[in-house]
Design a binder for this molecule. Structure first.
Ligand SMILES: NC(=O)C1=CN([C@@H]2O[C@H](COP(=O)(O)OP(=O)(O)OC[C@H]3O[C@@H](n4cnc5c(N)ncnc54)[C@H](OP(=O)(O)O)[C@@H]3O)[C@@H](O)[C@H]2O)C=CC1
Ligand SMILES: N[C@@H](CC=O)C(=O)O
Length: 418
């Protein structure tokens, strides 16, 4: 049996995640992983750890030969990438939780791992405590993965829960998410859906071997959801959640987006509240599986970082099998979404953009419609994110082939039933 590696850690970042990891490691001595030095940005801050542990000199960690593992948990994607790439080039393994840094540099990070032979693990970067990446990588190592649908941002789920169930104001709910360490340093990343987008970018690689830049995917956050949208959801017995979805299509491609979505009461996602995340995976033969756990916060995130550290003792590395060993899938935008749109003025809505409109209420001060629109149109246009317009995908939102539905609708019209 191979020996477990002893790990000497250089830690970058001592904020919510970094300090959490420091405490967790103190409670897991059997792991034989010790933090030798911590690099931070602001030397003046009071720290709950011995002063001589800290430095602001990144090279003190990166050039230390005794340090064989760099753990990067900082909130600066540019500096994070410099640190991670130098660490790999210097022959060190790396664990990171920085999803923005990872999603924006995936291609280069893959190249660096191949070139240096180093291992970069980042389980905590998607859904914090839920081991979703390693499951996609190892368990769903075949062609049977139909779809992933999940709540993958804790802060927005926390905010939606507080607003709609506890009647908090948006800004108070956001402040609470920040105080509890759930939100990003720049909380617009959470609120505007960018954090979930970065996570979906990472998940697409491990689920389907799809290597895309985050900006290639359709996304929005929760910033435009109106009170009246919540009333509509309530009247239907549904909820509104920020949902990330990737689905294998009949044409072999994969449709993907991050958008607010109505969630039916029978969906496992309906039970996911506060900072919890939930991911429903559908695959051939197994049908549905549901992963649930804390998606943000100090100890939940540190526990996933710890699991990566532990995996490195056995020299674990991602093999990116779907990309390198299978035929990778391609992103495909050739789908239609059934959407609910609420707005203040008809002038903001290009009706001609829709394939068809099923329902239309223009009397009230907040007006709304339900219709079907091509995902590509939403990517090309921005009206649905502007002027206080709110777009929410229906619970069964993806339509692959509209021709059959168009025909059915036409015959209902001819029969005088529509
Ligand atoms: N909070 C969460 O629930 C989760 C966070 N993440 C990710 O983990 C990372 C860290 O998040 P979090 O701990 O919440 O962030 P915090 O803002 O709490 O902490 C950030 C830390 O990074 C340090 N830092 C910033 N820039 C540098 C730099 N150039 N060199 C060295 N240190 C630097 C800061 O130093 P100083 O203390 O001196 O200011 C601070 O200690 C982020 O990328 C985030 O997206 C991932 C999953 C969950
Ligand atoms: N800000 C993120 C933190 C974890 O990834 C979130 O709210 O999900």
């Amino acid at each position: 049996m191979s020996e477990h590696k002893e790990l000497v850690i250089g830690l970058f970042g001592f904020g919510v995640v970094g300090e959490g990891l420091y405490k967790v490691l103190q409670q897991t001595p059997s792991l034989k992983a010790v933090i030798k030095k911590v690099c931070i940005k602001h030397p003046g801050k009071k720290r709950n750890a011995p002063e001589d542990l800290f430095t602001t000199d990144r090279n003190a960690l990166l050039n230390d030969r005794e340090i064989n593992l760099i753990v990067e948990v900082i909130d600066d994607a540019k500096a994070g990438f410099e640190i991670v790439s130098t660490a790999l080039k210097n022959g060190k393994d790396v664990v990171s939780s920085s999803k923005k840094m990872i999603a924006e540099n995936l291609k280069e990070l893959l190249r660096l791992q191949q070139e240096t032979g180093g291992s970069l693990l980042y389980e905590s970067s998607a859904c914090a405590s839920i081991p979703v990446i390693r499951n996609l990588e190892e368990y769903y190592d075949n062609d049977l993965l139909h779809s992933i649908r999940g709540i993958i941002n804790g802060s927005t789920n926390f905010i939606l829960t507080k607003i709609f169930e506890e009647h908090l104001a948006f800004k108070d709910a956001l402040l609470l998410a920040q105080q509890l360490g759930f939100a990003e340093s720049d909380p617009t990343l959470d609120v505007e859906g960018i954090d979930a987008l970065n996570k979906l970018t990472i998940l697409l690689l491990h689920a389907y071997g799809i290597l895309v830049r985050p900006e290639q995917l359709l996304f929005n956050g929760i910033q435009n959801i109106a009170k009246s949208d919540a009333q509509v959801a309530r009247s239907r017995g549904q909820q509104i959640k920020l949902v990330a979805q990737a689905q294998k299509l009949i044409n072999g491609g994969v449709g993907a987006y991050v958008l607010p979505q109505f969630v039916a009461p029978e969906s496992p996602l309906a039970f996911v509240k506060n900072e919890y995340n939930g991911v429903v995976i559908e695959s051939g033969f197994a049908d549905q599986q549901f992963f649930y756990g804390k998606g943000a916060g100090s100890f939940p995130t540190a526990s996933a970082v710890l699991s990566d550290i532990s995996a490195l003792r056995y020299s674990y590395r991602y093999e990116y099998k779907k990309l390198y060993h299978h035929k990778p899938h391609q992103l495909n935008d050739d789908i239609y979404l059934k959407v609910f749109v609420s707005f203040t003025d008809l002038a903001y809505i290009p009706k001609e953009a829709f394939e068809w409109i099923e329902e239309w209420h223009a009397q009230e001060s907040r007006k709304y419609l339900s219709g079907v629109i091509a995902l590509q149109k939403l990517k090309e246009q921005s009206w649905w994110k502007e002027n206080g317009t709110s777009l929410i995908v229906e619970a069964d939102g993806i339509i692959e082939d509209i021709e059959e539905r168009k025909l059915k609708k036409k015959s209902l019209e001819l029969a005088g039933l529509l």
